[in-house]
Design a protein around this ligand. Structure first.
Ligand SMILES: Nc1ncnc2c1ncn2[C@@H]1O[C@H](COP(=O)(O)OP(=O)(O)OP(=O)(O)O)[C@@H](O)[C@H]1O
Ligand SMILES: [Mg+2]
Length: 229
């Protein structure tokens, strides 16, 4: 089954006269772990934004799980994202003044699952991430960076998404913390059985993934710059 099916997708940022992305085709089967490698400015975050439906393709077709994201209303797109897509951001983006429980609940607000299932799922995730359940009552801005990372993974997986998107979540970490984070992320992904797209400029992370795509080879909008390298 294809989880992502993109054909001739293009995106130009407002007030820019050159496209940030122009991709002829991009298909990912369910269950794969893809490393999306690219230099700064190559379009990684733009592509992840399109896959998440926070940005909308301006040409071509982008289907996630056979759903054309551009054809959904904004509200239905938010719902679709909440139920099928988990996102881990570079700076984790937890809501600082909410507790961990508050952050997880907020992420689950569009879920079709009953609250009991969500509670069970969050307990299960925290245990898998080596976090004591007492952390649920702590404010997000009182957590260590390592704890924030793990809570960010729990938040991304709380709704059992089929697709997990990660945008350079390791860029601020030193080598040891990064390896620990990657091992944890990969082991929890194995258990949750979701497709993962992980964007980074850091080649040394490729070893964790089944497939690697160099974005400058895919993105025709960046082809000129890429040929200079
Ligand atoms: N909010 C924005 N408004 C206008 N242009 C943008 C915006 N975000 C990105 N761009 C432009 O789109 C292109 C791709 O940027 P993008 O952020 O997708 O790259 P990236 O690969 O994620 O880079 P980085 O590794 O630095 O995060 C760049 O030319 C950038 O200047
Ligand atoms: Mg980026």
């Amino acid at each position: 089954m294809l989880i992502i099916n993109a054909q001739n997708i293009g995106y130009t940022w407002p007030k820019s006269d050159t496209p940030a992305l122009d991709i002829a085709g991009f298909q990912i089967e369910h269950g794969r772990a893809l490393f999306l490698r690219g230099a700064s400015g190559s379009g990684k975050s733009t592509l992840l934004g399109l896959l998440a439906g926070t940005l909308i393709v301006q040409s071509g077709s982008l289907q996630i799980l056979d759903t054309e994201l551009a054809s959904l209303s904004p509200r239905n797109r938010d719902r679709f994202r909440a139920n099928h897509i988990g996102i881990v951001f570079q700076k984790f983006n937890l809501i600082p003044f909410l507790t961990v429980e508050g952050n997880l609940r907020l992420a689950a607000r569009f879920s079709e699952k009953p609250p009991r299932k969500i509670r069970e799922k969050s307990e299960h995730l925290l245990a898998a991430l080596n976090l004591d359940s007492a952390i649920l009552q702590r404010r997000a801005d009182r957590l260590s960076v390592g704890q924030q990372q793990r809570v960010a993974i729990a938040r991304a997986l709380i709704n059992d998404p089929e697709l997990l998107l990660a945008d350079e979540p390791t860029s601020a970490l030193d080598t040891d913390t990064r390896d620990t984070f990657m091992s944890l992320l990969m082991s929890i992904r194995d258990v949750s059985n979701c497709t993962m797209i992980f964007a980074s400029h850091d080649r040394s992370l490729a070893k964790y993934f089944d497939i690697e795509i160099e974005l400058s080879k895919l993105n025709r909008a960046q082809a000129e710059e890429a040929s200079l390298v």
